[in-house]
Write a protein that binds this ligand. Structure first.
Ligand code: B12
Ligand code: SF4
Length: 519
């Protein structure tokens, strides 16, 4: 029996989805700290991929655990699934109260409360308010005093119109409640060969640090919340930046090392470090505490790193920095997206990282409103000039409550919020999806060049990756094994050719093999 059932929707295909749902883990930790019993149904770790199966499984859990409250998390892409699920759950068990949290819910409260089975929405970070809301639902306190909640009444909805809730001092929060999740599933295994072929890590340093040649176990954690940026396309732009203290992060990593034998950390933040001082403080703490880890982090391309910072990062175990560059054209980058940064300086930083062998991944966005063909080419040239190794190419996709969304509306691309929420013309992979998308988002007068060049743009980028990484930094063991195979095969075929060409009984063959035999 429990009070609350938290549901994590299925992320994607079973083989691909391995990203710990930090938000739900934190919500679980908050419930636990408040003494509220709960259980998790994690669609990510169940094998049932079909919605009906999920529903049946969830119904079984509801019968078994008898929760009074259901919490649904997710971002925008989960809307169709969560809508259907919440309506089905309401149909079967009308007494249950359903609470929506996370981006899918609080960015469109009106639609969610009217069109889905959700009864309450928590706006922003639910670590403090959700346990209180549960107490209200359980009849232990009064809901009217609660901030940050939208409510579905009998024949009306009451929408919260204040700003989202953010936790000011993050250190008071517990670690995510890992015990309630299948951590075997969520701890990724980074094979050494994978790391060596995709980063600048060397076999020598990995083996001397971890004493193993097979794989490293990786966990995702948050070191910060929110962002200092205000990018037009980003949902996080409305929040503000907060960070756990270095001691908290170090202890968190230690906890994961001791409990789950983790050697590698992904900081799944919007922004991990905001400046050099903070970065250096963290790196020194890793070194002073002799923490044996490698990690990757997210930073902005205008960060004030020097040669020393880059070297220190590498020394502390940073094997990958992720930058959101977005565009190689200053007008798009600064005037339209609002990055407020210098393109040449960003390029210099990427060059510095490459020279110092600190691997980077840099992401770009095409088709922002006002992007001309030549502006798009500026981005491609930037990628080539700075020999950018890896990252991602994305296309402007308006997320609700962002400036890009307003731009899309004012250009007539989105006429009906609800329809758009349902339809979500997001991009998967491939040209057909892209053509569908570009038809919808005619942000520019001449979007045809993007369709024409879609493949080319993607290939150019991959080409750069390929050239940079080809054949380099592959494990010595791996090379030796392949060399042996080639040697044996080569010898065999050489004999065959000689037999075939000179004949088995020819003097040359006999002499050759005699010499060989003598050897
Ligand atoms: C890490 C990350 C990922 C990871 C995995 C996400 C995961 N499973 O957790 C990866 C890289 C796989 C990913 C993929 C995508 N992501 Co993402 N991701 C993030 C990122 C950077 C951090 C998420 C995080 O850990 N946050 C920290 C936790 C503590 O916050 P939280 O999850 O929001 O949870 C808090 C509240 O929301 C609330 N809450 C959450 N759930 C619940 C539930 C209940 C019941 C309650 C009461 C409260 C509550 O309380 C929590 C604790 O305070 C966020 C940006 C951000 N800063 O949040 C983007 C973000 C969530 N992603 C986003 C998007 C768009 C995507 C993709 C669609 C991108 C794409 N085009 O493919 C995919 C979708 C994948 C998917 N199917 O989920 C958008 C969502 C925007 C939106 N409006 O919906 C964000 C906000 C980024 C952005 N720049 O706009 N993402
Ligand atoms: S895109 Fe990145 S830098 Fe810009 S607001 Fe979002 S998280 Fe911050």
């Amino acid at each position: 029996m429990c009070d609350v059932l938290l549901i994590n929707p299925a992320f994607g295909k079973a083989e691909e989805k391995k990203y710990f749902p930090t938000g739900l883990g934190m919500i679980g930790a908050a419930l636990k700290a408040s003494g509220i019993s709960y259980t998790v149904f994690d669609c990510d770790t169940t094998n049932a991929e079909k919605d009906e199966n999920h529903c049946l499984m969830i119904e079984d859990i509801i019968i078994e655990e008898q929760p009074k409250v259901i919490g649904l998390t997710g971002c925008w892409v989960f809307y169709p699934f969560l809508k259907e699920l919440s309506l089905k759950l309401k149909e079967k068990s009308n007494h249950l109260k359903i609470v929506g949290g996370g981006y899918w819910a609080f960015q469109a409260p009106e639609i969610i409360l009217r069109k889905t089975g959700v009864d309450y929405i928590v706006h922003g970070e639910g670590d403090e308010v959700f346990p209180e809301l549960v107490r209200c639902i359980l009849g232990e306190s009064d809901i009217d005093s609660l901030e940050g909640i939208s409510v579905k009444g009998k024949d009306h909805v009451k929408i919260y119109d204040g700003s989202n809730l953010y936790i000011k001092k993050l250190d008071k929060l517990s670690y995510p409640d890992y015990e309630k999740f299948n951590m075997d599933f969520y701890i990724n295994r980074f094979r050494l060969n994978y790391l060596l072929s995709r980063t600048y890590l060397t076999e020598k340093e990995l083996v001397s640090k971890f004493g193993r040649r097979d794989y490293l176990r990786n966990a995702v954690i948050n070191s910060a919340r929110g962002c200092i940026g205000r990018c037009a396309f980003c949902s996080v732009a409305v929040s503000y930046y907060r960070r756990f203290t270095v001691e908290y992060i170090i202890n968190h990593i230690r906890y994961l090392q001791e409990t789950y034998d983790v050697q590698s950390i992904t900081f799944g933040d919007s922004l991990t470090f905001i400046n050099r001082k903070q970065t250096e403080e963290f790196c020194k703490a890793i070194l002073n505490n002799s923490l044996k880890i490698i990690f990757h982090a997210v930073v902005r391309p205008d960060i004030d790193y020097t040669l020393e910072t880059v070297r220190l990062l590498k020394h502390a175990g940073c094997f990958d920095l992720v930058f959101g560059m977005e565009s190689g054209n200053a007008r798009i980058c600064n005037d339209i997206i609002g990055k407020r940064m210098s393109i040449p300086k960003a390029g210099e930083l990427f060059d510095l990282c490459r020279r110092e062998k600190l691997h980077t991944r840099i992401t770009f966005i095409f088709n922002m409103p006002g992007e001309t063909e030549s502006a798009a080419w500026d981005t491609i040239k930037f990628i080539r000039n700075h020999k950018i190794e890896r990252g991602g190419i994305y296309y402007a996709n308006p997320l609700p409550k962002t400036r890009l969304y307003e731009m899309a509306k004012s250009r007539g691309c989105i006429s009906d919020d609800e329809f758009y929420y349902e339809f979500n013309p997001g991009l998967d992979k491939g040209l057909s999806d892209f053509e569908r998308y570009i038809k919808y988002f005619k942000f520019n007068d001449t979007p045809d060049y993007l369709v024409k060049n879609f493949r080319y743009i993607s290939e150019q980028y991959q080409q750069v990756n390929y050239l940079e990484n080809r054949g380099k930094r592959i494990s010595k063991d791996y090379l030796v094994a392949w060399a042996k195979v080639y040697y044996i095969l080569g010898k065999y075929f050489l004999y065959k050719i000689i037999y075939w060409f000179f004949g088995e009984k020819s003097r040359f063959t006999k002499r050759l093999f005699k010499i060989d035999n003598k050897k």
